[in-house]
Design a protein around this ligand. Structure first.
Ligand SMILES: [Mn+2]
Length: 364
């Protein structure tokens, strides 16, 4: 049994506020490869956030690759992000620690430790794949590495999805079946997705770190056990942290509690997004709440976003008897509601308080 690590969309970024965080995640991946005595470590595209990041971080990257055990082969296929800013330069022109860099389409077939790797770097279109001259499988197992959107993986590829934005060409899952791939090590979709189509297991581990807001859930890689077949397990990366969003209702006077409760789950690598809502007497109190939150928490997490676009202002609401009565009843219901109903209750709170505008107007 040999172990192969499947990683995708690490998006190493050289920006001062991102650099240390990204390299910490790379360190954890390298540690995992060492601990698992991995025969191979696969980077399935978007290893770097852009070409300038590749250039700026290549020495740090190389240092970590060179520290891996000699038995661990590293294979890197280029995604859609690395060509950004390349201006015709090639990733392979840089020394990334002597790893295999595959950037030319349509494919390259490598063999590492008795396992064939069909490497398909990102390309604008895969429509000609039926004409590719891929040699028949000679080893027990063949892994496919690709960076793109595979159709039929139940992924929403809406208009403002990064994943679909510049990737007009989708991959037909038949490509993997046709070329006898047992396991497709995929990149490009930042959420975790797995599916078996025909005899092939197709897996997206999701981004290996939180690249963009909304990327919630654990970040990680797949650890593959390969003998006659491939079995994968998802391995979370603690250093990647998580994206956590909290909807917090403000009191009528703009007061806020419950932050400490939320913060109990926060880690130093987390990206925290606090969405303030509610109906308040005076919006200036909310501005003060935001300043206080930033002062207190921004330094304790990787990134803190506070948005208060959902806050409505209704002067006099804090003294409004009906509003206070409504909130007292609401509090009891909210406390008894399960986590799944939380957002519904928050919405009801907002709608109920907004109705006070109509009632207040009528009684005036
Ligand atoms: Mn990506």
């Amino acid at each position: 049994v040999k172990t192969i690590i499947h990683c995708a969309d690490l998006h190493l970024c050289a920006a001062p506020e991102e650099r240390e965080y990204c390299l910490a995640v790379l360190d954890e991946i390298a540690d995992l490869a060492r601990r698992e005595r991995a025969a191979a470590l696969l980077f399935c595209g978007d290893l770097f956030d852009g070409f300038r990041d590749l250039e700026a971080l290549r020495i740090e990257f190389r240092r970590r690759i060179e520290a891996l055990p000699a038995g661990c082969a590293v294979v890197y296929i280029v995604g859609n992000h690395e060509p950004h800013g390349a201006g015709g330069q090639r990733a392979g022109a840089f020394d990334l620690g002597g790893i295999a860099v595959v950037e030319d389409g349509p494919f390259e077939l490598l063999v590492r430790d008795g396992v064939e790797l069909l490497c398909v770097p990102h390309q604008p279109s895969y429509s000609g794949y039926t004409d590719w001259k891929v040699p028949p499988k000679k080893t027990k197992l063949r892994l496919g590495l690709a960076h793109g959107l595979v159709t039929g993986m139940d992924v929403y590829a809406g208009p403002d999805d990064e994943e679909s934005g510049e990737c007009a060409g989708a991959l037909d899952p038949d490509l993997f079946g046709r070329f006898e791939v047992d396991y497709a090590a995929l990149g490009h979709i930042h959420a975790r997705r797995e599916k078996t189509i025909g005899a092939c297991r197709l897996c997206y581990p999701g981004s290996a770190r939180v690249w963009r807001k909304g990327e919630d859930g654990e970040r990680g890689v797949y650890v593959l056990s390969c003998d006659d077949r491939v079995q994968g397990r998802f391995e979370p990366l603690a250093s990647a942290g998580q994206y956590r969003v909290h909807d917090l209702p403000l009191g009528l006077d703009g007061g806020l509690d419950g932050v400490e409760e939320c913060a109990a789950s926060w880690g130093a690598r987390d990206w925290i997004h606090l969405r303030l809502g509610g109906v308040v007497d005076d919006e200036n109190a909310v501005a003060e709440v935001e300043r206080r939150l930033r002062r207190e928490w921004a330094g304790r997490v990787r990134r803190l976003d506070v948005s208060r676009d959902g806050v409505e202002v209704l002067e006099g609401i804090a003294r409004h008897a009906l509003a206070r009565k409504f909130l007292a009843v609401w509090e009891r219901g909210f406390a008894a509601a399960g986590p799944a109903d939380r957002s519904l209750w928050l919405r009801a709170r907002q709608l109920g308080l907004m109705q006070m505008r109509t009632i207040a107007g009528r009684s005036a």
